[in-house]
Design a protein around this ligand. Structure first.
Ligand code: ATP
Ligand code: MG
Length: 197
């Protein structure tokens, strides 16, 4: 970016009319939700996990769609950092030949997640791609909301996935909708090791 560009005035529509309120509340923990159809939901969650590790927190990631067979890059790096990692999905459903099995796998994953959420052992639990089994009716959203509301006070939670249900948006403190402007995939570029997994 050139110096001129850096000094260019802000778009008046983007200039806030009032200074931001002073932050006065120190929350013991927050719930973050990364949703939308653009790239970056899971990677943002894993980036936060890196910050959490630096502060000495115990971190647990539960993946509801990816299966342990895939050995994705983020899992390998996170394990090296001491993150507990559970890839408990059954792959993508459209690859599944046995939907009952896939559903049962999702329910089992939720059982594990629930225990992790209530255990009091962690500073951060990531529920990666949890919106999908919720939206397919396999995990009751009421149970997820209940587990979040009754979690240990110092436990931060990050949930990811497209089309987050309203109940999850409601219970979250910070909700970011990644919006897809374009994606290399749209022009036929295959998923890239080191970038997409
Ligand atoms: P990432 O893991 O890269 O942060 P994500 O969690 O936002 O992506 P998912 O919906 O979980 O997105 O998609 C999983 C895979 O699909 C990733 O490999 C990601 O790069 C890719 N992907 C994400 N968004 C899009 C999109 N809009 N079009 C095509 N592929 C996408
Ligand atoms: Mg994702």
């Amino acid at each position: 970016m050139s110096a001129d560009r850096a000094l260019a005035p802000l778009d008046p529509q983007e200039v806030p009319s009032e200074p931001p309120p002073r932050a006065t509340v120190k929350a013991p923990s927050v719930v973050i939700l990364n949703t939308g159809d653009g790239k970056g939901k899971s990677t943002a969650a894993f980036g936060t996990a890196m910050r959490a590790v630096a502060r000495g927190w115990a971190v647990c990631v539960i993946q509801f769609v990816k299966s342990g067979r895939w050995k994705v890059g983020e899992e390998q790096s996170a394990r090296r950092l001491g993150v507990e990692w559970w890839a408990l999905g059954d792959g993508f459903t459209w690859d599944s030949t046995d939907m009952d099995r896939t559903e049962a796998v999702a329910r089992e994953a939720w059982k594990v997640a629930r225990e992790k959420l209530s255990s009091g052992e962690y500073g951060l639990v990531v529920l990666d791609e949890i919106t999908y089994p919720i939206n397919w009716g396999w995990i009751p959203v009421s149970e997820v909301v209940e587990a979040i509301l009754t979690r240990p006070p110092a436990l931060n939670v990050i949930a990811t996935g497209r089309s987050a249900p309203a109940e999850l948006i409601e219970v979250a403190d910070t909700v970011t909708e990644m919006h897809n402007q374009k994606h290399a995939f749209d022009r036929g570029v295959r998923a890239i090791r080191g970038i997409d997994f």
